[in-house]
Design a protein around this ligand. Structure first.
Ligand code: HAM
Length: 419
C-alpha cells in the first residue's frame, strides 16, 4: 500500500498548527467582541443544500464537490464552504426568532480543485455570518471587524476590493446588457465561459483566461447599472467604511464564484501568494434564507482561507521555545519530576530526555529535537540546589537556582557565560 496522503489533502504539521491555533483564537477573540458566537457545523450535508445555494452553474457545484451516496441512497456532499450550512442551521433551529444572529465557525472545507500553492482540496476557513440585518452599516461593521482581526495577527499589505452585484430588480437587466455585449465577442471567450454565457454571463468578467480578459475589457460596469436602492446601499457602505478608517478599492469586475450574493461583495487580496491571492472573501446574500425555506432575512458574511493566511504570517508568529531536561542519576530524576511539574505549570515547554548514555550524546539528541535550551540536573547541581542551563543558540552555559529557570526562559536566552 502507498500510504502517502491524497494530493491536496494536507497534513498541518507541528509548527504550522501553532499558526492555525493563533488564527482561530484571535478570530474568536475579535469576533466575539462584536457579539458573534461560535457555531459548530457538520462537515457533510445533503448535496441539494449546496447545489441550491451555491448555484447549479458554478464551478464548485459543476465540478468541485465531493459527492457520494450514503448507505440509504441519500446524496451527501463534503461541505465546500460554510455559509450554506450556517443558513441551514439558522432555519432548522429557528434562530430567526432572534432580532439578529451573529455566528462564526472554523473548520475544513472540501473542493476538488487542481492543487497548487494556496489552493488545496481540503482547506480550512474561519467564517462569520450576520443574519437578519439589512443595514449598510452591518456590511461596513463586518468588514471593519475583519480588518481588525487582520491587524491583530499582523497581516500586512492586504487590500480590500469591493463591488456590488445588485439585486433581483437590477441584476437581470445588467445580465441582459452584458449578454448583448458578449454576443459579438463569444469567439474570444474560453470554452467554459462560452458554455455559460447564456445562464451566467457575469462569470466571464472574473475569468483569468486571456481571451476572456480581452473580450470583456470594455464591458458595461455593474456599478453603473445598479437600481437606486442598491446604489444607495453601496454608497452608504463606502461612506461607513471611510468613517471606520477602512480603505476599499472598487473592482466592478469582481463577481465571485458563488451565486447567492446580492449587493455588496468583496475580496481581500494579499501580497506574496501568487495567483491564489484572496485571503478572505464574502458579501451580502439577502435572498438565500428565503430561497432555502426560511423567512426573508438579509445577511452578510465572509470566510478567511487559513492556509493562505498562515503562508503569509507564519514567519512572524512567536513560538514558545522548547527546552530539554536531562537528569543524571536516579536522585536527580526524582527531584526532576517535581521541578518539571513546577516549571510546566509556569508555562514552560519541556521534554524530558529518558535516554541513558553519555551526556554528549544526550545533548546531541536535544539539539536534533530543536531545543532552544537544555536544563541539566546532576549530583553536583542537586547538592547545590541549582541546574546547569545551556542556551543552544549561543552555546552559553550558566548555573541557575531552581526557581530561576522560568524567569530565565521567559526573559530570553542571552547574557549567559560561555561554556
Ligand atoms: P470563497 O471565496 O469560496 O467564499 O472562499 C473564501 C476563502 O477561502 C478564499 O478567499 C480563500 O482564501 C479560501 N479558499 C477557497 N478555496 C480554497 C482552496 N481550494 N484552497 C485554499 N483556500 C481556499 C466562501 O467560501 C463563502 N462561503 C464566503 C462567505 C461567507 N460569503 C458569505 N459568507
Amino acid at each position: 500500500m502507498n500510504i502517502t496522503a491524497i494530493r491536496g489533502f494536507n497534513d498541518i504539521l507541528p509548527g504550522d498548527s501553532d499558526v492555525f491555533r493563533l488564527i482561530e483564537s484571535e478570530a474568536g477573540r475579535v469576533f466575539s467582541s462584536y457579539g458573534y458566537s461560535e457555531i459548530r457545523l457538520p462537515v457533510v450535508e445533503k448535496t441539494e443544500l449546496f447545489s441550491r445555494s451555491i448555484g447549479e452553474t458554478t464551478d464548485i457545484v459543476e465540478k468541485e464537490m465531493y459527492t457520494f451516496p450514503d448507505r440509504h441512497g441519500d446524496s451527501l456532499t463534503l461541505r465546500p464552504e460554510g455559509t450554506a450550512s450556517a443558513v441551514r442551521a439558522y432555519i432548522e433551529h429557528k434562530l430567526y426568532t432572534l432580532p439578529v444572529a451573529k455566528l462564526y465557525y472554523t473548520g475544513p472545507m472540501f473542493r476538488c480543485e487542481r492543487p497548487q500553492k494556496g489552493r488545496y482540496r481540503q482547506f480550512y476557513q474561519v467564517g462569520a455570518e450576520c443574519l437578519g440585518d439589512d443595514s449598510p452599516r452591518a456590511d461596513a461593521e463586518a468588514l471593519s471587524m475583519l480588518m481588525t482581526f487582520f491587524e491583530r495577527i499582523e497581516l500586512k499589505g492586504a487590500t480590500l476590493q469591493i463591488n456590488s452585484l445588485g439585486c433581483a430588480r437590477c441584476r437581470p437587466a445588467y445580465k441582459e446588457r452584458l449578454k448583448a455585449f458578449l454576443a459579438g465577442r463569444v469567439e474570444g471567450l474560453c470554452e467554459n465561459c462560452r458554455r455559460r454565457v447564456g445562464a451566467n454571463p457575469l462569470r466571464a468578467l472574473d475569468c483569468k483566461g486571456h481571451g476572456c480578459i480581452e473580450a470583456t475589457k470594455d464591458a458595461p460596469s455593474i456599478i453603473e447599472s445598479l437600481c437606486r436602492p442598491c446604489s444607495g446601499h453601496f454608497d452608504s457602505v463606502m461612506a461607513h467604511l471611510r468613517l471606520s478608517g477602512v480603505e476599499a478599492r472598487i473592482n466592478a469586475r469582481m463577481v465571485r464564484g458563488l451565486d447567492y450574493y446580492t449587493r455588496t461583495t468583496f475580496e481581500i487580496i494579499a501580497e506574496g501568494l501568487g495567483s491564489q491571492n484572496a485571503v478572505a472573501a464574502g458579501g451580502r446574500y439577502d435572498r438565500l434564507v428565503a430561497e432555502l425555506g426560511g423567512p426573508e432575512t438579509p445577511c452578510f458574511g465572509f470566510a478567511v482561507g487559513m492556509e493562505r493566511l498562515a503562508l503569509i504570517i507564519r514567519e512572524g508568529v512567536p513560538v514558545r521555545p522548547l527546552g530539554v531536561f536531562i537528569a543524571l542519576g536516579s536522585p536527580a530524576e526524582e527531584k526532576g519530576a517535581a521541578l518539571l511539574k513546577e516549571w510546566r505549570d509556569k508555562g514552560l515547554k519541556l521534554i524530558e530526555d529518558f535516554s541513558a548514555g553519555q551526556l554528549k550524546n544526550r545533548m546531541k539528541r536535544a539539539d536534533r529535537l530543536g531545543a532552544r535550551y537544555v536544563v541539566i540536573l546532576g549530583p553536583d547541581e542537586l547538592g547545590q540546589g541549582v541546574v546547569t542551563f545551556k542556551d543552544m543558540a549561543s552555546a552559553l552555559q550558566e548555573k541557575l537556582p531552581w526557581d530561576g529557570v522560568p524567569g530565565r526562559v521567559l526573559q530570553g536566552t542571552t547574557g549567559a557565560v560561555e561554556s
